[in-house]
Design a protein around this ligand. Structure first.
Ligand code: GDP
Length: 291
């Protein structure tokens, strides 16, 4: 329970930090090997970000001593340290389960879940499809009538990926945006099986206030999140389209609010960058949650 609280705590400055360690790692064969091998999983290397940004703001999971972290334990293109709880990250099977209009209608089988959230057009459907390696899985959420629903996908019959409505439709009337907010907020505040939120942020454009507002709302409500930067392959198109710089600017804006930085990772649904790394990170969070 304590670990669950710790994981869902994004370490906002106002929240006391607990250094409680987990009892013992689960007996996962893949777990120990994931620490030994060099963490180079994706074929496409991420664009370089400053070493300082990674080193000074590492996400160190419970059970790992910060002083013991070596470069080979940090996932490439991220600030995430991989510890003994990582493992079993492959997706073998995925099925759409249901669309729900309210948190209380969501599946009640107590399996852990990750919610995927982001501005409309951030690349959410593309990322879900890339993660599960199916072309049409996330399309469910784009069909008329389902865009404002909570869509549950069951992975490997053991955990859920949850597709939430995108926010920040440029032309939506204020009233529609408010509806979205109360609907989605209800989910976050009432979903006990939520391991964490993958908050998608478009790395091909400079930081947007609406993403920062969303991150701050999650933080204030003690909901753990990982920043998943999308479209990190986009390097052409002028000064504003520089993923590494945009990510650094975003981090600078976020950093002042946190005692410990939330995890972040670079991805591209076009090249597959970050896919294996993100799945490994999710397996680590899941295994902490389970234990
Ligand atoms: P959603 O509205 O958040 O579900 O966004 P989509 O997945 O539909 O993507 C919006 C647009 O961004 C589409 O034109 C995608 O082809 C494009 N896109 C999504 N992910 C990537 C990416 O990783 N790299 C690039 N270059 N384009 C992307």
């Amino acid at each position: 329970m304590l670990l669950r609280a710790r994981l869902s705590n994004p370490h906002l400055l106002s929240i006391p930090f607990s250094s409680t360690k987990p009892r013992s790692p689960p007996p996962l064969a893949a777990a120990s090997s994931s620490r030994r091998r060099p963490l180079s999983l994706s074929a496409t290397p991420p664009p370089p970000v400053s070493d300082d940004l990674v080193r000074t703001a590492l996400f160190v999971p419970p059970g790992i001593d910060r002083a013991e972290v070596t470069p080979s334990m940090v996932l490439p293109g991220s600030n995430i340290v991989i510890g003994p709880y990582a493992g079993h990250s492959q997706i073998k099977q995925v099925e759409f389960v249901k669309s729900s209009a309210r948190a209380r209608d969501c599946p009640k089988d107590h399996r852990p879940e990750f919610a995927i959230l982001g501005r409309s057009n951030v690349g959410k459907s593309s990322l879900i499809n890339a993660l599960v390696r199916k072309k049409d899985v996330a399309l469910t959420s784009k069909t008329p009538g389902k865009t404002q629903l909570i869509n549950h996908f069951l992975v490997n019959k053991s955990w859920y990926l949850v597709d939430l409505p995108g926010y920040g439709f440029a032309n939506a009337p204020e009233s529609a945006r408010m509806d979205w907010s109360s609907f989605t907020k209800g989910y976050f505040l009432n979903r006990g099986t939520l391991v964490g939120v993958l908050l998608l942020v478009d790395a091909s454009s400079p930081p947007q206030q609406i993403d920062l507002d969303c991150a701050n709302w999650l933080g204030r409500n003690n909901i753990g999140m990982t920043f998943v930067f999308t479209k990190c392959d986009k390097t052409k198109g002028g000064k504003k389209t520089r993923p590494a710089e945009n990510i650094e600017q975003f981090q600078a804006l976020i950093r002042k609010h946190y005692q410990e930085p939330p995890p972040w990772i670079m991805t591209s649904s076009v090249t597959g960058m970050g896919r294996a790394e993100l799945l490994l990170h999710m397996s680590q969070l899941r295994n902490y949650w389970d234990n």
